[in-house]
Design a binder for this molecule. Structure first.
Ligand SMILES: Cc1cc2nc3c(=O)[nH]c(=O)nc-3n(C[C@H](O)[C@H](O)[C@H](O)COP(=O)(O)OP(=O)(O)OC[C@H]3O[C@@H](n4cnc5c(N)ncnc54)[C@H](O)[C@@H]3O)c2cc1C
Length: 375
């Protein structure tokens, strides 16, 4: 039997890790990739589902299509993790590993914000539900509101506000609706003043009210008001929310988490447990929670494991860089490139929204789909 590599979570990070290991090591290792779901969905596809730009079924990439040498996909729910023993319990049995990689992402803490259930678009079910409600909203106040940081994909709520504007415009009801956007940060994308400026200008052009430095702490459905963290209130008829995030329960009860997420070396993604790594949204790495970061971290872990198994040299450290595409509406996409580790503080550069970047974003998705899901 080859070295046993157990990957928990087949999201952005887990899929990239399994693919890179298979490419380099093939049948020489036993890679087991566990996920409770039967399909992967890109985070940004939830916006497409929400605004009716695609059908939920169309964005599901089924795990059964994975056919990689050395990789076995197992659809099971992880119920316990023993990082000391590198042993994992699932609803289907027990798995032991020589190397264990926790890539279980971030869950949503709906209990933390009264009223948020049914009013968030960050889960597939939430996006599907709000998709049914959107056509009934033709006048009144809409809020796109964030309930806590950190949250996945910092540009996503800004995108939701801009796409909501387009959606209402297309239906001919924009003049009868107001849009407010509540976010805990001072600016939409803190590491990139240029990107933030462009977004704030886009909000102003579209008469979207920007409410920075606030989070939504509760929704009072009876009075149709959103309560902000300073106790002030904003009335709403439609609420598109970003729920508070936290690590999955199974991670919190494993003893691996501190302050809500798994601490790791930000350069190697190693935890304090020998042979155990954590990467992506489930870990505290020092970068935002987004698929592009999880993917790049997965490559660093893959290279380290390949090097260990092949007796290779030292490997490059994780560099904390990433590029995110931002939907600006009107059929255009912008891009921000951020760098969290090279300087004394994070930096970012911005590419103006264009149709070319729409094509680049499409290629981003289709190339991952081909890489992770074809043999
Ligand atoms: C609206 C929206 C837009 C976004 N847009 C972008 C974007 O444009 N670009 C970008 O880079 N990122 C984007 N993101 C963020 C991105 O989706 C996540 O940051 C990314 O998926 C994180 O990757 P991960 O591998 O760390 O975790 P995930 O991709 O969340 O994967 C974790 C996996 O673990 C599984 N899992 C969890 N618990 C268990 C358990 N107990 N047992 C078994 N399996 C379990 C889950 O089913 C999941 O498949 C967006 C997110 C949202 C919500």
């Amino acid at each position: 039997m080859g070295t046993r590599i157990l990957i928990l979570g087949a999201g952005f990070g887990g899929l990239e890790l399994a693919t890179t290991l298979s490419e380099a090591l093939g049948e020489d290792v036993d890679v087991r990739l566990i996920d409770k779901n039967d399909a992967f969905i890109f985070g940004y596809a939830k916006l497409d589902v929400l605004f009716g730009r695609t059908k939920p079924q169309a964005v599901r990439l089924r795990y059964r299509d994975i056919a990689k040498p050395g990789v076995q996909f197992v659809q099971q729910t992880v119920t316990a993790i023993d990082p000391q023993a590198r042993r994992v319990t699932t609803d289907g049995g027990e798995h032991e590993a020589d190397f264990l990689i926790v890539a279980l992402g971030a869950d949503y803490d709906l209990d933390a914000t009264p009223g948020i259930a049914g009013n968030e678009f960050y889960s597939v079910e939430g996006a599907e539900r709000l998709r049914e409600i959107l056509p009934t909203f033709s006048q009144g106040r809409a809020i796109v509101g964030v309930c806590g940081a950190p949250f996945k994909c910092p540009p996503a709520p800004s995108e939701a506000a801009l796409l909501l504007h387009d959606y209402l415009l297309e239906r001919g009801v924009r003049d009868d609706c107001q849009i407010s956007f509540v976010i805990p940060f001072e600016v939409p994308i803190p590491p990139s003043p240029e990107t933030s400026r462009a977004l704030i200008e886009a909000f102003a052009e579209r008469e979207i009210e920007f409410v920075p430095k606030h989070r939504v702490s509760a929704l009072d459905a009876a009075r149709s008001v959103a309560v902000l963290d300073d106790g002030s209130e904003l009335p709403y008829d439609l609420f598109l929310g970003v729920p508070k995030h936290r690590a999955p329960d199974v991670v919190l009860s494993s003893g691996m988490a501190e302050d809500g997420y798994v601490p790791v070396s930000s350069r190697t993604l190693e935890t304090k447990f020998p042979g155990v790594y954590a990467l992506g949204d489930v870990a505290t790495v020092g970068v935002p929670k987004a698929g592009v970061f999880s993917e790049r971290q997965a490559r660093v872990v893959a290279t380290a494991l390949i090097s260990k198994l092949q007796g290779g040299d030292e490997v490059d450290a994780y560099d904390g860089t990433g590029s995110c595409y931002i939907e600006f509406g009107a059929g255009r996409v912008g891009r921000v490139d951020v760098d969290f580790f090279s300087g004394p503080k994070p930096t970012g550069s911005f590419q103006e929204p264009s149709r070319e970047l729409v094509a680049e974003k499409l290629l981003f998705g289709s190339s991952r789909r081909a890489r992770w899901f074809s043999s």
